[in-house]
Design a protein. Structure first.
Length: 147
């Protein structure tokens, strides 16, 4: 299995507002950068889109170390997801899960992609070079809207 390091980040100018996502993929000496944006979105959606776009970019099953600064995505994927699925995509308070279509897309990617993902939280805006680059790419994503 290829070893891949992935850094993801989302950005939003206003919440909701124009948003962007950024991804830095590293495997051996190879690096790839991805970014994109949406005109009206939320920070949480952009954090999720970064992870989704990163995993969709992988062409074969990989051993992934995925660094992210979003507690929402980290806890959603590592803690809340099984309960949501068991409750028919409802929260503990029986409310519909927010961003359900993105959670379902991410869940399907993880189930079908064959990747082994090691989820690692990093503090945002704290000097981690990979996270800082993903943040810069997310901001490029915001700027790319309407071009």
């Amino acid at each position: 299995m290829n070893q891949v390091e992935i850094y993801t980040d989302g950005a939003c100018k206003g919440n909701p507002g124009p948003g962007g996502w950024g991804v830095l993929l590293k495997s051996g000496t190879t690096q790839k950068e991805l970014y994109g944006g949406e005109p009206s979105t939320t920070n949480n959606r952009m954090e999720m889109m970064a992870v989704i776009q990163a995993l969709e970019a992988l062409k074969r099953p990989c051993a992934v170390t995925l660094y992210l600064d979003s507690q929402y995505v980290l806890k959603g994927i590592t803690e809340w997801l099984p309960g949501w699925k068991a409750k028919g995509w409802r929260t503990a308070s029986k409310q519909p899960v927010k961003n359900v279509e993105l959670w379902q897309r991410l869940d399907a990617l993880l189930l079908q992609g064959g990747h082994k993902v090691d989820w690692r939280w990093v503090r945002g805006h704290n000097g981690d070079p990979g996270n800082e680059r993903a943040d810069a790419l997310a901001n490029l994503g915001v700027q790319s809207i309407g071009r």
